[in-house]
Design a binder for this molecule. Structure first.
Ligand SMILES: Nc1ncnc2c1ncn2[C@@H]1O[C@H](COP(=O)(O)OP(=O)(O)OP(=O)(O)O)[C@@H](O)[C@H]1O
Length: 320
């Protein structure tokens, strides 16, 4: 089977080098249109790229998804591909984060025990827009805005790859229709109790209709640009952090003076990450950044649980 969609993915893989020739690939198939489209595309490109491909499905054991496991087995059997089907012994809590955590653990375990170096998922440009807006609303900063990227590490020697980030949900829908792939309509995707679903079903259509029909493309480009900026700044910040850190509780503020605010914030975030039990808030980071140029003896007020962070001569240090 060949189509424009196949050609697009083939070209993309040639330019991005995210799934090298001869790789052992595990495709994560949920039964929805995105991962069905991805699975078919990967299987059709398999010979050209010399890949070894198998499919994994994680069955959450949810009442509303009754029959999904058998549906997947049927499709995969027809395609003659090896399937790893993992069913939760008791139903996984119907919460996005819990389900996702369980799924990635299952996928990682299968990849480790069967020697797959790549796990691929059907995330699209539309998912990227959703994730961007979801994190923007939660106030997650540039790390959150750029979290849905082409690759991310799943384990020691296992990479999660998202080859469809340049395809929209419309593309995957059209593909499934063109090749008559039997989409499983996931009832959870319609449930507006989940924030992500409200973003997908209400917010994005509203933005497309009332503001800009190209909003998905523009957000994807913004995420791409921000990601490269973030990688550069992270590298610089880690270098500066290594020069400035004295011990777990103390940092040399002289090394941070005259540095751009962007680096100061990132270094302070790394420093606080060592001291605090959870991620520092925006306000906490700002408070410590101010200490870089503050008079000797100045201290913070927002770290009650761990003590105070104070200026002592050239240093910023934790006082318990
Ligand atoms: N039950 C499942 N079994 C196997 N793979 C799945 C399953 N659910 C989702 N996936 C994979 O994950 C991709 C993304 O699906 P979805 O957006 O529902 O997941 P997510 O884990 O919430 O995404 P994110 O990584 O953005 O948190 C799917 O295209 C598919 O490849």
């Amino acid at each position: 089977m060949w189509s424009d969609y196949h050609a697009r993915l083939h070209q993309l893989l040639k330019s991005r080098h995210i799934l090298p020739k001869g790789s052992k690939i595990l495709v994560a198939l949920s039964g929805g249109q995105d991962s069905l489209c991805l699975t078919r595309l990967i299987l059709d490109l398999q010979d050209k790229w010399g890949w070894q491909v198998a499919i994994a499905h994680c069955d959450h054991n949810w009442e509303l998804d009754e029959g999904l496991g058998e549906h997947i087995e049927g499709i995969v059997h027809e395609w003659g591909v090896n399937l790893y089907l993992e069913k939760a012994t008791t139903a996984i809590p119907e919460k996005e984060a819990a389900a996702r955590k369980w799924r990635y653990q299952v996928l990682t375990d299968i990849a480790v025990s069967h020697g797959f170096k790549y796990v691929v998922t059907g995330h699209t440009k539309s998912d990227r827009t959703e994730t961007f807006l979801y994190n923007l609303i939660r106030g997650a900063g540039s790390d959150g805005l750029t979290s849905l990227y082409w690759t991310r590490k799943l384990g020691e020697d296992i990479e999660l790859v998202r080859p469809l980030l340049e395809f929209s949900r419309q593309d995957t829908g059209n593909f499934c229709q063109k090749f008559q792939l039997p989409i499983w309509e996931d009832s959870y995707n319609q449930n507006k109790k989940f924030v992500r679903n409200r973003i997908r079903l209400d917010l994005i259509p509203y933005l497309q209709k009332e503001f800009n029909p190209q909003v998905e493309k523009h957000i994807a480009h913004t995420a791409e640009i921000l990601r490269a900026d973030r990688e550069f700044l992270d590298t610089q910040a880690r270098q500066l952090f290594a020069e400035a850190i004295i011990n777990k509780d103390t940092i040399d503020r002289e090394k941070l003076k005259h540095q751009p605010l962007s680096l100061q914030r990132r270094v302070v975030k790394l420093f606080l990450g060592q001291i605090l039990p959870k991620m520092p808030s925006f306000e906490q980071i700002e408070e410590v950044v101010k200490l870089i140029d503050a008079p000797n003896g100045s201290q913070t007020s927002s770290f009650a649980k761990v003590g105070a962070i104070a200026v002592k001569d050239d240093y910023i240090t934790l006082r318990q």
